[in-house]
Design a protein around this ligand. Structure first.
Ligand SMILES: Cc1ncc(COP(=O)(O)O)c(C=O)c1O
Length: 405
C-alpha cells in the first residue's frame, strides 16, 4: 500500500530522527479503541498484534485510562527509598495468585530477566558453591540487553554483539536429556519460556516441563520461567506454567501486566529471594503510576475472567484457522494456546500474507519467513476472530497464485 503524503511525511521524519532498529510497517497509527486502531488517514484496522502481546484489555479501556489519570494526579514517582502503596498492593495481588512469595518490579521484560539472572548468580554463590551458569533453550527469546541477548537462543540477535557476557549455555527445547547432559557443577539456573513465543510459538511436550522441574530439584538448580509473553492470561490461564502443573522457582512478567503501561516483575519463592539492600535497584521500577495501572488491569482481567475467555476464544480462533488449512494447502500448521497463536506456511510467504492482510485491514506479525503470529487483546470477540479469519481466507484465496515465495 502506498502511504498518503501525510503518513509518508511522518514515516520520513521517523526514519531520519530515529535509529533504524525496526523494520516498520507502512502505517502511522494515531488512536485505538478495543481491538481496533486507526491510522492518520482514518483507515481502521483490526489489531491482532496487540502492542506485541501487551494490550491485554485492548486500546483505551476505561479502567486503564481512569487508573492512569487518577494515579497521575496523585503521585507518579517518588523513589524506592520510600514506601508507596500501589507497589505493595500490586505485589500482594500477584503473590496471592501465584506460588511466589516476593516481587521485584522493573520496567520491561528484559529487566525482569536481568533481575532473575542476578538472583540465580547470587543464589548460586550462596547455595551452590559459586555456580553461576544459566542454561537456556535454542530458539528462546529473553530480551535485548546484553545479558538477555546472551541468554537468547538465536544467533541473529547474538552475533553482532559478541563477545557477550559469559555464563549462558544452550540446549534444544523439549529435550530433557540434552539438558541433563549440559548441567555441570557450575550451573546455577535454567531459564525457559513455558511456550516459546518469539521463537515460533513452540509448545512443550506433555512431560517436558515436569521433567525439567524434576531435574532441577535433583541437581539443586534454580528453575526460571520467563512468562513475559505467556503470563497474565495470554495462554488461557493466569500463568502458562499451570497448564502443565509445574511451578518454577522464579517467574518473570512484563508485557500484558499493565495493559500497555511499561512494567516488569520478577517473582520468586522465598528460598530464592536472596537480594539484600544494595544488590539490585531500578529508579523507575515499581513506580506508583505503573503499579496502580497494573493493579487496575489485573483486577479487570480477574473480574472478567479474561484467562477463561482467552482459552475459549483462542480455541475458537485455532479451530477456525485449522478449518482454513483444509481449504488452503499453503498452510502447514496452526498451533498455540489461548490467544498466542501461530499459523505456519509450507513456503516462505508469511511476509506477503502479512502485507496483504494489512492492506485488507488486519494487523499481525511474522515470526519468521514461514510463520505468522497472532496475539490480539484478551478481550477479542468471536465476531472479531471471524473477521480476521475471513480476511486471511480472502487473501489466501485471492492471492493464492501471487503468494508463491
Ligand atoms: C518471552 C520474552 N521474554 C522477554 C522479552 C523482552 O521483553 P521487553 O521487550 O519488554 O524487554 C520478550 C519480548 O518479546 C519475550 O517475549
Amino acid at each position: 500500500m502506498t502511504l498518503s503524503s501525510q503518513a509518508q511525511d511522518w514515516a520520513d521524519r521517523a526514519d531520519r530522527a530515529l535509529m533504524g532498529t525496526y523494520r516498520r510497517y507502512p502505517l502511522v497509527i494515531e488512536r485505538g479503541e478495543g481491538c481496533r486502531v486507526w491510522d492518520v488517514d482514518g483507515r481502521r484496522y483490526l489489531d491482532f498484534l496487540g502492542g506485541l502481546a501487551v494490550d491485554s484489555l485492548g486500546h483505551a479501556p476505561q479502567v486503564l485510562v481512569d487508573a492512569v489519570a487518577a494515579q497521575a494526579g496523585r503521585l507518579i514517582q517518588t523513589s524506592n527509598l520510600l514506601y508507596t502503596i500501589p507497589q505493595v498492593e500490586l505485589a500482594e495481588f500477584l503473590v496471592a495468585r501465584s506460588p511466589f512469595d516476593r516481587v521485584f518490579f522493573s520496567n520491561s521484560g528484559a529487566e525482569a530477566n536481568e533481575a532473575a539472572f542476578k538472583l540465580a548468580r547470587k543464589w548460586g554463590k550462596r547455595e551452590r558453591g559459586g555456580a553461576y551458569r544459566i542454561i537456556a533453550a535454542d530458539n528462546s527469546f529473553h530480551g535485548r540487553t546484553l545479558a538477555t541477548v546472551a541468554a537468547t537462543g538465536n544467533a541473529a540477535y547474538r552475533t553482532p554483539f559478541e563477545p557477550l557476557p559469559d555464563g549462558f549455555d544452550f540446549v534444544a527445547f523439549n529435550d530433557v536429556d540434552a539438558l541433563a547432559d549440559a548441567v555441570t557443577e557450575e550451573t546455577a539456573g535454567v531459564i525457559l519460556e513455558p511456550i516459546q513465543a518469539e521463537g515460533g510459538v513452540n509448545l512443550p511436550s506433555a512431560s517436558y516441563l515436569a521433567d525439567v522441574r524434576a531435574l532441577c530439584d535433583e541437581r539443586k538448580i534454580m528453575l526460571i520461567f520467563d512468562e513475559v509473553q505467556t503470563g497474565v492470561g495470554r495462554t488461557g490461564s493466569l500463568w502458562a506454567h499451570t497448564h502443565w502443573g509445574v511451578e518454577p522457582d522464579v517467574m518473570t512478567l512484563a508485557k500484558g501486566l499493565a495493559g500497555g503501561f511499561p512494567i516488569g516483575a520478577t517473582l520468586a519463592k522465598e528460598p530464592f529471594c536472596v537480594f539484600e539492600p544494595g544488590d539490585h535497584a531500578s529508579t523507575f521500577g515499581g513506580n506508583p503510576l505503573a503499579c496502580a495501572t497494573a493493579l487496575a488491569v489485573q483486577q479487570e482481567i480477574e473480574r472478567k475472567d479474561l484467562p477463561g475467555h482467552a482459552a475459549s476464544v483462542g480455541q475458537y480462533f485455532m479451530d477456525r484457522l485449522t478449518d482454513l488449512s483444509t481449504k488452503h494447502p499453503q498452510i502447514k500448521e496452526v498451533r498455540g494456546r489461548g490467544l498466542l497463536v501461530a499459523l505456519e506456511f509450507h513456503e516462505e510467504i508469511a511476509r506477503q500474507v502479512l502485507d496483504a492482510v494489512r492492506d485488507a485491514g488486519l494487523i499481525a506479525n511474522a515470526l519468521n519467513p514461514r510463520t505468522l503470529r497472532f496475539v490480539p487483546p484478551l478481550i477479542v470477540t468471536q465476531a472479531e476472530v471471524d473477521e480476521a479469519v475471513d480476511i486471511l481466507d480472502q487473501v489466501l484465496t485471492g492471492k493464492a497464485s501471487a503468494l508463491a515465495p
